[in-house]
Design a binder for this molecule. Structure first.
Ligand SMILES: Nc1ncnc2c1ncn2[C@@H]1O[C@H](COP(=O)(O)OP(=O)(O)O)[C@@H](O)[C@H]1O
Ligand SMILES: [Mg+2]
Length: 281
């Protein structure tokens, strides 16, 4: 990975645990609180959740150059012949971060990658980041699919730093152990030298009034003292904000419930922790 860009991927092989929400909030905080030029890359499929989070769902329906082409055999030709490739991929949000949205071609490219020789299968995204994104941005965050596929492994190779949000629940800690095993398997692949590592884990949608939530957050902290971060409160402000196309950082204080203010503070702290850890590496 190039030295001059910080990168991390949101990945847990599961949906509905605030991966997309967290990618958006941590990206915006990286820009607003740390002054990092930031790009969010949505590889999580065709729902285009990240675009929705920023009110861009209609704009991204037909991108000039879709991200899926980076994974295809057509990429080298395009890169060598087109100007301003990144400008043609990126959408600006109202909150300072840039977005490269998901597109309908991703699942076909996932299938096509299965026919690419193993030694070339997983480094396409990494090359794109090094060549096209690293010269322009300080921070890149990937929103990965909620399952391990060829696109996911490309994301883990490109980012190497993994962020895992977890929803309080009985089986979530066991899932985190499975995730560590999965990352270790990818790191031990002899064809590649990628070493994806968990850098940040935190509880999301935490309801302080329930024992389950509090015990879960405490257990996570006890089991992962080095990498556990601030728990994010459950707040209607998050889902209401998504419907309105904005993150908590686009609200005035008096527009937020206490839960929303706590969640926003947690995302700010998580961003501080993530960035200091990435800069140590
Ligand atoms: N802190 C939170 N409080 C309340 N709702 C949340 C919170 N975080 C996420 N959500 C909601 O939970 C749902 C799943 O979140 P999402 O980020 O899409 O998860 P994933 O990307 O892991 O599938 C969304 O409807 C989102 O609005
Ligand atoms: Mg998602």
């Amino acid at each position: 990975m190039s030295d001059d860009i910080l990168s991390a991927a949101f990945y847990v092989p599961k949906g509905g645990i605030a991966k997309t929400t967290s990618a958006a909030h941590i990206g915006v905080s990286g820009y607003q609180n740390h002054g990092h030029e930031t790009v969010l890359i949505d590889l999580a499929g065709t729902q285009n959740d990240l675009a929705t989070q920023f009110g861009l769902q209609d704009d991204v329906a037909d991108p000039d150059i879709p991200i899926s082409i980076v994974f295809s055999d057509k990429w080298d030709l395009l890169r060598d012949n087109a100007d301003d490739i990144v400008d043609r991929m990126v959408y600006e949000t109202d909150e300072g971060v840039d977005l490269i949205p998901a597109d309908d071609g991703l699942s076909a490219e996932d299938n096509n990658l299965a026919n690419v020789p193993l030694e070339d299968r997983y480094d396409r995204l990494e090359s794109f980041i090094a060549e096209e994104i690293a010269p322009r941005y300080d921070l890149v965050l990937f929103d990965l699919p909620g399952k391990e596929d060829n696109i996911t492994i490309n994301g883990l190779h490109a980012a190497e730093n993994v962020i895992a949000p977890l929803k309080p629940g009985a089986f979530e800690l066991a899932q985190l152990e499975n995730l560590e095993d999965e990352l270790a398997t990818i790191a031990n692949d002899d064809d590649h030298d990628a070493d994806p590592t968990l850098q940040l884990v935190f509880a999301t949608m935490v309801d302080r009034t329930t024992n389950l939530s509090s015990e879960f957050a405490d257990q996570l902290e006890a089991d992962y003292p080095e990498i556990s971060g601030s728990p994010v409160a459950e707040s209607a402000n998050i889902s209401d904000g998504q419907s309105a196309g904005r993150t908590l950082f686009a609200f005035e204080d008096d527009e937020l419930y206490n839960t929303g203010k706590r969640a926003r503070k947690a995302y700010r702290e998580l961003t501080d922790e993530l960035l200091s850890r990435l800069k140590e590496n």
